[in-house]
Design a protein around this ligand. Sequence first.
Ligand SMILES: Nc1ncnc2c1ncn2[C@@H]1O[C@H](COP(=O)(O)OP(=O)(O)OP(=O)(O)O)[C@@H](O)[C@H]1O
Ligand code: SF4
Ligand SMILES: [Mg+2]
Length: 331
Amino acid sequence: MEPILEVKDLHVSFSVRGGEVKAVRGVNFTVGRGETIAIVGESGSGKSVTAQTIMRLIPSPPSMIKQGEIIFNGQNLLAKSNKDMEAVRGKDIGMIFQDPMTSLNPTIKVGKQITEGLIKHQNLSAADAKKRGVEMLKLVGIKNAEARFNQYPHEFSGGMRQRVMIAIALSCQPALLIADEPTTALDVTIQAQIISVMKDMQQRFGTSIIMITHDLGVVAGMADRVMVMYAGEVVETGTSMEIFKNPQHPYTRGLLRSLPRIDQRKDEPLVPIIGTPPDLIKPPIGCPFAARCDHAMSVCEKIDPAATHLSDTHMSRCWLLHPMAQEVTTS
Ligand SMILES: Nc1ncnc2c1ncn2[C@@H]1O[C@H](COP(=O)(O)OP(=O)(O)OP(=O)(O)O)[C@@H](O)[C@H]1O
Ligand code: SF4
Ligand SMILES: [Mg+2]
């Protein structure tokens, strides 16, 4: 089946004093219809820039899309005018962020913020839009939805605001939802509720989801596939099972050891990855992880490893996977 989204060789930079920050460096991935993919990786690895480029939400300047294609439903989003993109945003692709307070307009009642998109994109009358808006609030688990419809964002708790954001993002039934750390600002029980609302809504509408998260519990509970980013590159992708049970890239292994997991044994301490990611103004010519990798060989510093395909779904970029690499024991 044709995927809903194909990102091909995407390169995104920022002009800064002192040069060009090469934030996204040759990213490739696809998202199938109804599929959930999780993007994981340390802070600064290019997750949000990738997501915002799909939505064409990063201002240019300072950002520059240097190269690549983003094919959504057969059309290259990077070739669209700003006006055509406005029609895609909200209608075909919805997005939710970490902090709904910054994406909800504090001066406008939530009901109006839901109906705006429905009137604009779906040509609904004000009365029908209100009906659908109230229905959406109910679907995401907001009680007294009719009364809540006429309230302002600050009258909602953090978790309730995130439910409102989900209702807005999904009101026009977009084919794709991009969720950039949607639960990070919430406490643990509320996080679980938000994830369950998202899963519910996905089942109801068949939405594809790109989920950016630092929470491996969310990844394990939601994602069909996982994409691991490091220093602007995709270093490993695979099904959730492949990534959790059989990670092949030393960075993926380090990341799994450094973040809490639901299946964590109590005697298994979290181990941070020592060191810091490279400076993306002058990214290394070889493997970007070489300076922090326990297994780095001399080739690693000179040539960036190509993708090795371990299965139809599992890809990793590491010299250790080269057929002639010497057997190493990695943990
Ligand atoms: N406006 C900007 N100007 C300059 N550099 C930027 C800008 N926005 C992002 N970057 C750089 O792009 C790189 C990728 O940033 P991005 O926000 O995508 O990281 P991330 O993976 O989402 O991290 P986090 O987990 O902290 O959200 C970083 O090195 C960041 O410093
Ligand atoms: S290519 Fe080399 S430096 Fe990079 S992760 Fe693999 S072994 Fe480590
Ligand atoms: Mg981010």
